[in-house]
Design a protein around this ligand. Structure first.
Ligand code: NDP
Length: 248
């Protein structure tokens, strides 16, 4: 398997989509480093980082959990240093941690706007800022940003969230262009609706994160970079393969 033995760092792996992604990657032989703001406590109901790591290990996989506030430059830098010390490299970075808040723009709490930009946009920048030099040194790498269709489509009461995801999409495209010569792929994926704390669902998250889109992107299909893809379409109606040449 192409993914076997790779080292992946997944932010927001305590619950929701990050947890589903971490479990799915680990099931393919990837060693997963998951992050969240606490090991054994999460503001949501979909699990904790400790739960995710434990479940991966119980299933025979390799995983490590690190506490990290994604908007804090010092915490992100020391997280990256710790992972490099432990494993020597990071092959795949999944920028998944994010927040959402519904409100009309003229009523939107200013502090929540600032947090949203710090977590949804600055967070991915910081992880790229500190991981990319290691990927350049290694001669390859793969970055996957979890975005939303709201970054391309206007939805009432989601202006700040949509703005943060639109910024993430453009960041993805710009970084992909900067890193093309270094053989580092940078793409963004819209997972589509997933039942998680973010969408008001309580309990173990349910979603369809697995499938051709995720595996094509996680496996770094040589030269496929700078794209914002819809999970539901990609790998089925378009993409770098016909869906037969990848491990799904
Ligand atoms: P959840 O609210 O269920 O999970 C959010 C995750 O992000 C948790 O693991 C949380 O960890 C972590 N997180 C939040 N804030 C921070 C922070 N400041 N520092 C570190 N970690 C943080 O959300 P989802 O799983 O639903 O969403 C995951 C991603 O997918 C987001 O980027 C979201 O925008 C995107 N998305 C989700 C969709 C959906 O339908 N659910 C649809 C489209 C996109 P903890 O609280 O434990 O620290």
């Amino acid at each position: 398997m192409v993914l076997e033995g790779k080292i992946a760092l997944v932010t927001g792996a305590s619950r929701g989509i990050g947890r589903l992604l971490a479990l799915a990657l680990a099931s393919k032989g990837v060693c997963v480093v998951g992050t969240a703001r606490s090991l054994d406590h999460s503001i949501g109901t979909g699990g904790t980082l400790k739960d995710t790591i434990q479940e991966i290990r119980e299933k025979g996989g390799r995983a490590m959990g690190l506490v990290c506030e994604v908007s804090d430059p010092n915490q992100v830098e020391s997280t990256v240093i710790n992972v490099i010390k432990e494993f020597g490299r990071i092959d795949l970075l999944v920028n998944n941690a994010g927040i959402l808040h519904y409100d009309d723009t003229w009523e939107f709490p200013v502090g929540v706007w600032q947090d949203m930009m710090a977590i949804n946009v600055t967070g991915p920048f910081l992880f790229c800022r500190f991981i990319v030099p290691h990927m350049i040194q290694a001669g390859n790498g793969n970055i996957l940003n979890i975005t939303s269709e709201v970054g391309r489509r206007s939805i009432t009461k989601l202006n700040p969230y949509g703005t943060s995801k639109a910024a993430l999409n453009q960041f993805t495209i710009n970084l992909a262009n900067e890193l093309r010569e270094y053989k580092i792929a940078v793409n963004a994926i819209e997972p589509g609706y997933t039942a998680t704390d973010m969408t008001g669902y309580r309990g173990e998250s349910i979603g369809l994160v697995e499938g051709p889109a995720m595996w094509i992107l996680a496996q770094d299909m040589s030269g496929f970079t700078g794209q914002v893809v819809d999970r539901r379409e990609f790998g089925r109606t378009w993409g770098p393969t016909d869906g037969n040449t990848i491990d799904q």
